[in-house]
Design a protein around this ligand. Structure first.
Ligand code: ADP
Ligand code: MG
Length: 479
């Protein structure tokens, strides 16, 4: 990226809250149902109906606020944001403007150089989602599905403090991880339960005030966020370097074409005529209630990460990976408890082979055949020297496919490690006899040939010889 320009990014993240019913009605929030079967009269905006606030949504917003060290407003107010759109039958969206429920807060991320950076969070407010326009399969017509109307959203607004697309993604991932730890959102990005708008501007490094920003709408994958921002930054640099000015506007990212295009500019921007919703009372939150929720918070990723570093002596980057998801952290601890391998070796297996296999087969931890007990069983076979780490990888693949326990597979395939000194010595002798010129070169000073001999012994034993013993015996013999 061009080094004359400082990039400035602020994100507005929408997290759909995992309540079972809607924020102002009793209709279900279930995803993927037949159109318009999950919308009641309140969601349909029938005259004479009244919203009733769902307390679960309030509790979830407070959980989030506490997790990011924010202020929980003792009094917050719902406002009407007025605009016309077919998927918004009431003609207004209920949101919060001047008095949001969560104010201020911080999130730690790792910047591009792996250093800790704090991103400020301006606010988080509650609002209802709109319905959806449907065009597919309707041949020239548009349908309206109001199942999503009234689904609770927490909109999390950051300060403009991220300075690269990578940082924006790191921040988004961190928030994603937090909402899932807190169990306030399923974070499902394919279903749109977790999405963001990215505000992007650039400025010269010596320039004090921020540049003119554009807002990129509807980014619903980590990959797209990064691509869309990088793309937009290049576009802005080109405009300014050609002597032009960036227009403040909303742009839509097209993932297929990898480009952004204008949606609406500031001149066309709506005046939403916000005003407090007269149908809803201000939300008063008492200290006792906040304390009660505080007591129920789980251990959060940053605290867990420090604990993993302290108690298991893990590398900081590995602790970060393991604690990014609660499921993975729990899995690691379950393996670690039973496995006799060093904690770091156990971590390498969980982050390496195990996670790779999950990704390859697109599986969640709960759906994999290989349990924490199974993996620990395998690691214990390395720890007691029954098999080498290398053979263990083969056994792992077999276990992953469901062929049996480590013990069974090692037995069935005859993979038990050769640790007998005499047996290894015999094979070393054979290898030396077969390679007289290499032996001569080695003795003449080509020490790097040791690796070659190790390789030959491993080949002879199909990888089953204990690597340390092979090394020791070779060194002894080749004196
Ligand atoms: P709006 O109400 O128009 O969406 P806000 O002032 O609430 O505007 O800001 C929305 C988001 O835009 C915030 O995340 C903020 O950090 C970000 N933002 C504001 N100004 C800039 C800028 N010049 N460059 C990049 N991001 C910005
Ligand atoms: Mg905005």
């Amino acid at each position: 990226m061009n080094s004359n320009w400082e990039i400035v990014i602020g994100l507005e993240i929408h997290a759909q809250l995992a309540t079972s019913s809607k924020i102002f009605s009793g209709a279900s929030t279930a995803f993927g149902e037949e159109p318009n079967t999950q919308a009641c009269l309140v969601d349909l905006g029938y005259p004479g109906t009244l919203p009733v606030l769902n307390q679960q949504a309030i509790e979830m917003a407070i959980r989030f606020g506490l997790a990011i060290d924010a202020e929980i407003s003792p009094r917050s107010v719902f406002a009407r944001k007025n605009y016309f759109y077919p998927d918004l039958p009431k003609g207004y969206q209920i949101s919060q403007l001047d008095l949001p429920i969560v104010v201020g807060g911080n999130m730690n991320i790792l910047d591009g150089n792996g250093n800790e950076k704090i991103i400020g969070i301006t606010r988080a407010h509650l609002e209802e989602d709109a319905g959806k326009s449907v065009h597919e399969g309707l041949d020239g017509l548009s349908g309206i599905d109001l199942n999503r109307a009234g689904t609770p959203l927490l909109e999390i607004v950051s300060e403009p403090e991220m300075s690269s697309a990578k940082e924006a993604v790191a921040y988004m991932r961190k928030i994603h991880s937090i909402v899932r730890y807190l169990e306030i959102s399923d974070g499902n990005m394919q279903e749109g339960s977790f999405r963001c708008d990215a505000n992007v501007s650039i400025k010269r490094f010596d320039q004090k005030e921020l540049g003119i920003r554009t807002e990129l709408k509807n980014l619903n994958s980590f990959k797209f966020i990064e691509k869309a921002i990088n793309h937009e930054v290049m576009r802005q640099i080109e405009i300014i370097e050609d002597g032009g000015t960036v227009t403040q506007e909303t742009r839509l990212y097209d993932a297929d074409l990898d480009e952004t295009r204008p949606m609406r500019s500031k001149e066309e921007a709506n005046d939403y005529r916000y005003f407090p919703d007269p149908d809803l009372l201000p939300v008063i939150i008492e200290e006792d209630y906040i304390n009660e929720i505080k007591a129920s918070l789980p251990e959060l990723p940053s605290v867990k990460k420090e604990r993993f570093i302290d108690s298991y002596n893990l590398k900081s980057t590995d602790a970060e990976v393991l604690t990014a998801s609660k499921q993975l952290a729990d899995f690691y601890e379950a393996v670690e408890k039973i496995a006799n391998t060093e904690s770091q070796i156990t971590a390498n297996w969980v982050i390496g082979d195990y996670t790779a296999a999950l990704n390859r087969d697109d599986l969640e931890i709960k759906d994999a055949k290989l349990s924490a007990d199974d993996l620990a069983g395998l690691l214990n076979k390395i720890a007691d020297q029954t098999i080498s780490g290398k053979i263990a990888k083969e056994v792992f693949e077999s276990m992953w496919r469901g062929d049996g326990s480590a013990e069974e597979i090692i037995e069935k395939k005859g993979l038990v490690q050769i640790t007998d000194d005499n047996e290894i010595e015999n094979i070393v002798n054979q290898v030396m006899e077969k390679n007289p010129s290499q032996v001569k070169d080695y003795l003449g000073g080509k020490g790097q040939l040791l690796g070659y001999f190790v390789g030959q012994v491993m080949k002879e034993t199909k990888g089953k010889a204990n690597p340390k013993k092979v090394n020791d015996i070779l060194k002894k013999k080749l004196k």
